[in-house]
Design a protein around this ligand. Sequence first.
Ligand code: FEO
Ligand code: CA
Ligand code: CA
Length: 651
Amino acid sequence: MTLTREQAMEFAEDKPSNPSDNETFGSISQRRYSRRGVLKGALMTGTALAIAGLSRPGQASMDARFAFDEISHGVDETHHVAPGYDADILLRWGDALFPDSPAFDPANQTEASQLRQFGYNNDFIGMIPISDDRAVLCVNHEYTNEELMFPGLGDQEKKDFADMTEALVKVEMAAHGGTVVEVTRDANGKWKADTNGKMNRRITASTPMRLSGPAAGHARVQTKADPNGTTVLGTINNCAGGITPWGTYLMAEENFNGYFWGKDALDAHPEAAALKRYGAPGQWYAWGKFDTRFDITKEPNEVNRFGWVVEVDVMDPTSTPVKRTALGRFKHEGAETIVNKDGRLVVYMGDDQRFDYLYKFVTKGTVNMQDRAANKDLLDEGTLYVAKFDDQGGVTWMPLIHGQGPLTAENGFKDQGDVLISTRLAADALGATKMDRPEDVQANPKTGHVYVMLTNNSKRKADQVDGPNPRAENSFGQIVELTPPDMDHAATMAKWSLLVVCGDPAKPDVNAQWNSQTTENGWFASPDNCTVDPDGRLWISTDQGSAWAKSGTADGIWALETEGALRGTGKMFFRVPIGAEMCGPCFSEDGATLFVAVQHPASDGVKNYTGFERESSFEDPATRWPDFKDGMPPRPSVVMITKQGGGKIGV
Ligand code: FEO
Ligand code: CA
Ligand code: CA
C-alpha cells in the first residue's frame, strides 16, 4: 500500500472495525432529523445568502463574544494569526529541556539526545500554574514521521521498513510520549522553557508505568516480562489528554494498534476477535522488527496493556505514571475533566474511529481540593458509561458494569477486567450509538454544556444517518452539544443538539449548518480538539488530514459562538503551515496566552499543494517551517499566541 503515515492512520480509521449490528440510530433519529428538514432548508438558504455577500462581520457586533479581525482561509508555507497578535515559537522538536541537553543535530540523532530533547508531533497541551508567571507545561508527542525525521529514508512503510535500524527505532520511541517542562513568563508576556526546571521530564515509549484499577494484574495483561500484569513499559500515540483539578496530567493512548506486528498470524491469536475490533495489529512502524513486545506472535498480551489513559503526577518528576484501567480501553482521543456539583470527577472521552462511541467516567469518591494527595487513586474507582442517543433529543449513559445486562461470563466477560480490556465489545453488547469519530469532548464549566467534536466519517451510508450524525459520506464533521440535567454531569441522561454541521455553507450539496453571520472564512471542517477559555468561550482546532484540499484551507483555530443569536458563528484566528494539523489549544490561566501545537508540518496532502505536488521527505519537504534553514527539516512546534500590548486573547 502506498500511503503516507497520516493516510495509513486515516485509512485504518476508514475501515470500521465495529461489526456489531447496533442501530446507527438512523432508523430512529432520521425521523427526528427529517422533522427538522424544513428548518434546515431555511437555514441553508439564509446561510448561502450570507456567504454570497450579505454578511458583514460588524453586523454581529452586538452579541459577539470574540473581538478580533478574522484571517483568511488558505494554505502556504507558514503560519498566520489575527492582526495585532504575535505567534512565537515556544518549543520545537529537538529543543533542549535540560541543562545537559545536546544541541539538535537532525543528521545525527541518537536515542540519548532525543531523551533530553522535546519530542516529535506535539498534540495535547496542558498547563498547570505554579504562580502568575511560572507554570508546568505538559505536551503529548503523538507519533513519528520517519520520512521527515531522518535523512535518506523516505516512507519506510512502503518498503517493509527495509532501511529502519534498531537505533532509529529507539530514536522514534524516545520521540514519543510526552514532555513536562517548566515555563516562565517575562515582562513582555512571552513564555520560555526553563531548562533548569525541577519538574522537567520526558516520558517515552519505554518509561516504566504502573497498571492500576480493575484490569491491573488481570491474566490478559500478564506477559513474560511482567508475570504480575502490573508494570508496563511506555505509552504510545498520546493524542489529546487532560489536566485534573488536582494538577495531574492525563495522556490518552489513541492508535496503539498501529505499533504491533503479527498481521499474518492474527487468526491464530487466542484473542483474534478482540484484536480485530481494535484494528490490531496494524504494523505501521518497524518496532516489532526489533522489540518482541510489539509482536503479538511473541508476546500475545502486550497489546492489551495499551489503549488506556495514563495519569502523571508532574509535581514529582520521579513519580511512576499510572495507566488507569477503570477509564476503559479504546482509541482514547482525550480525557477532559470537570468537577461535578456533587464533588465527583467526570471524565469525558471519545473513541476516535468511524462508528465508535462516546464515553464518560464518573468517580466513586469526590475531589478533595484541600488535600492533593487524597486524590491519588480517585481514578481507580467509579463507573464507565457509554452513550446511546435517542430520537427525542435525549442521551442515555449506559454503565459498563460486569454482571449487569449482557456483560456476563456467558457473553465472554468473566469479570470487570474483561469488560475494561474489551471496552469496545462491552459497549457493542449494550447497543451504544455509532458516531462519526468522536474526538475531543469538553465541558464548559460556566454553562454546563459539553461539546463533542465529531471529525468526519466518509463511510456512513444514507440509511445510517441520524440526529447527531446527520450526513452520509460525512467528510467535514459536526459538533454535538450535550446538556446534562441541572448541570449534573453524573446523571445518566442528557439532552443533545447540533451546534454546527461543518463544511462550506455556500455549497448546497455539503449540507452544512452555520449561523448566517459566519463569513466565508469562519466555517471550518473536521473539528478535532477544542478548549474553553477562562471566560467560557469555545475555541476549535481542526485536523482535515490529507483531505484539506476539499475545504481549500489549511487547518487552524476558530472561535465559535455557542450562546444567543450568534450561536454557531465561527471566526478564523490562526492557520497552520502546509501539511500540518492543529492540536492542543490551551489558554494560560489569565487568558492572555493561547498555546497551540503545530503537528507534522509538510506532511499531510502535500501532493495537492500547488507548486509542490509530491510527497515530502527529510531532504525535500513542502515547508521548512519554522526555521526555514537549508538542511533543517520541518519541526513540529508549540506556538504561543499573545496580544500585542497585552491583554486577553480575543477580547
Ligand atoms: Fe490523534 Fe483522533 O486524533
Ligand atoms: Ca486529535
Ligand atoms: Ca480539549
